[in-house]
Structure formats: structure tokens, C-alpha cells
Write a protein of this length. Structure first.
Length: 156
């Protein structure tokens, strides 16, 4: 459940993303951004990805192995996602609840043999701010002033 991202296979697959003909895009968590997570939630951490072929032979019919990791190098193996059809939102669920997350640097590694095509690997890094959500209530007040003008519509 908790391992380190240091295996030679992981390193070589991550290096292969430069020439990948199949791309993966984050829908809810995108690389380089910061996101809020509710520490009161006992829901599991999830993320959504899409896959898109860059060439005719790009994304083959296969599954991806998805790994969530934190800045300490702890990892959680999340549910697999299919690489096809193109541009279809694919949800991966991780075995860690939002209440167990912490503020800091996180990432998702997405790895696949990609059928008979070139293997793919993507490392999507992001930051999480984990805490209690704050609610602010705003009540607008309208002030009506009497008009200074009078209208003479009836002159009998």
C-alpha cells in the first residue's frame, strides 16, 4: 500500500512520455494547480482523466494503472481506467479518504502498456489545501429613497 516511486520501471516509463502518441488530460486535477479538499469528508479521493490519440496509432484499447502519491513518497494504488474511447471521462477511485489527506504536494501517476502501441506514463503533480470549508453569508440590503419629483397627472 505504501511504497516509493523509485523503481527502474517507473522511471523508464515516466521518461517515455516525451514521445507518447497517446495523451492523458486531467479533468478535475490538472498539473501545476492547487485544489481544496474537505477534511470532514469521508469520501474516497477520486480523479477524472481523459485519453486522446495524437496519431492514428495513439491510444490502444487497454487499461491504465493509477497511483496517487504524496510528497513523502507514500503511494496508493487506485482503480484502473480504460484508455478508450477517446475524450471520455474516466473516474479512478483511490483507497484513501479525503479526511486522511494533508496539505502539500501530491501527484497521480498513470501507466499503461497501451495495447500493442508504445507504453504510456504520465505524472500529474498538483497541490492540495486540506481543511474545513468556510461558509460566508452575504445579505444584500436595498435602500429605497422617496422621490423628490411629483407628477401631476390629473388636473381637473
Amino acid at each position: 500500500m505504501f511504497t516509493r516511486l523509485t523503481s527502474p520501471l517507473t522511471v523508464s516509463l515516466l521518461a517515455s512520455t516525451v514521445a507518447a502518441k497517446c495523451s492523458s488530460f486531467g479533468i478535475d486535477f490538472q498539473g501545476g494547480n492547487t485544489y481544496f479538499q474537505n477534511v470532514s469528508s469521508t469520501d474516497p479521493f477520486t480523479f477524472v482523466s481523459t485519453f486522446e490519440a495524437n496519431e492514428d496509432i495513439g491510444c490502444q484499447k487497454d487499461i491504465t494503472n493509477n497511483i496517487l502519491y504524496d510528497e513523502a513518497g507514500d503511494e496508493w494504488e487506485c482503480t484502473e481506467t480504460p484508455t478508450q474511447p477517446d475524450d471520455t471521462k474516466q473516474l479512478s477511485t483511490c483507497p484513501v479518504n479525503k479526511s486522511d489527506l494533508h496539505t502539500g504536494s501530491w501527484g497521480v501517476v498513470i501507466i499503461s502498456n497501451n495495447g500493442d502501441a508504445e507504453p504510456i506514463a504520465f505524472d500529474r503533480r498538483f497541490s492540495l489545501v486540506v481543511g474545513e470549508p468556510a461558509t460566508t453569508t452575504f445579505t444584500p440590503t436595498v435602500t429605497v429613497r422617496p422621490s423628490c419629483e411629483s407628477t401631476a397627472s390629473d388636473t381637473r
